[in-house]
Design a protein around this ligand. Structure first.
Ligand SMILES: O=C(O)C(=O)C[C@H](O)C(=O)CO
Ligand code: ZN
Length: 273
């Protein structure tokens, strides 16, 4: 079964007046990873689709969805698929990809339907205007960027899978960030990039742990409380950072005008409110 919903874009002035529930309705994505289901959220920010696929004994096929209005979801889109299970099996374009936990499969525009035979997957899809080759990116092939420090509780490694220095994509940039023991802060100092949106999936979290995800314009920050395997949509005008009550990993993905990961406008600490 495929469940899909649409989230419309919100401007920062409107978002400023939201209470907790309204903020969550627009930006927080819960209820992902239902066994036997494909769950998709179509965001009007850069038309990014994010979601989950959890085969449960029988294969699940992702093909046409009314939200894209095309014969097949990838007719004018590309996709990144993160395996969250030790074993995953995805067939697309006549080829079956056996995936291990933490690997990301890139699927190019026009590849046709996707069949997920086993595993647990987080999926992201952005509009594309050209086809790039489908490729499974293993952890050893990804680019690792060490960031932060133990003293500031943000020592971490940014692992870039769908990134110009690893493989060619149309506009999707995707990977995940893992923390050194004791570090809990992501993406602080905060930054903005009005040229592209971003989405985060927080995972690898103990059941009772929470991440306080920070969003909003620098002078109007808000927080969204995130549990394991929940996602959050970060509008182009918003900071995106967080601190966890325990260790976690988060998958980041971006779409928009610029595929350069370092295209960020840093926010000085004294600008945050
Ligand atoms: O740990 C980090 O810092 C990040 O992962 C940064 C995000 O990916 C990001 O916001 C890139 O624009
Ligand atoms: Zn960012």
């Amino acid at each position: 079964m495929t469940n899909a919903q649409t989230r419309y874009a919100v401007d920062p002035t409107t978002a400023k007046g939201f209470d907790t529930e309204t903020l969550r309705d627009h930006f927080h994505v819960g209820d992902l990873f239902t066994p036997g289901e494909i769950t998709l959220v179509y965001s009007h920010y850069d038309r990014l689709i994010l979601g989950s696929v959890v085969p449960d004994g029988a294969p699940l096929t992702l093909d046409a969805v009314p939200e894209t209005g095309t014969a097949s979801i990838l007719e004018r889109r590309e996709m990144g698929i993160l395996s969250l299970a030790d074993r995953g099996k995805v067939t697309v374009g006549g080829e079956t990809h056996e995936m291990a936990r933490g690997e990301i499969l890139y699927v190019g525009m026009g590849s046709g339907p996707l069949t997920f035979a086993e595993g647990r997957f987080y999926v992201l899809s952005a509009p594309a205007h050209r086809t790039c080759p489908t490729r499974l990116v293993r952890i050893a092939d990804a680019r690792r960027v060490e960031m932060g420090a133990r003293e500031t509780a943000n020592e971490r490694v940014i692992i870039q899978f769908l990134h110009p220095e690893v493989l060619d994509t149309c506009q999707l940039v995707m990977g995940y960030t893992q923390f050194a023991e004791g570090s809990v802060w992501n993406t602080m100092p905060a930054h903005l990039h009005d040229r592209r949106m971003e989405a985060y999936l927080y995972f690898d979290m103990p059941k009772d742990a929470r991440v306080f995800h920070l969003m909003g314009t620098p002078d109007q920050t808000r927080h969204i409380v995130m549990a394991n395997e929940e996602a959050v949509i970060s509008p182009p005008w918003s900071i995106h950072a967080g601190a966890g009550t325990a260790s976690y990993t988060f998958c980041w993905a971006m779409a928009g005008d610029n595929v350069d990961f370092t295209d960020m406008d840093m926010v000085p600490m004294d600008a945050l409110r």
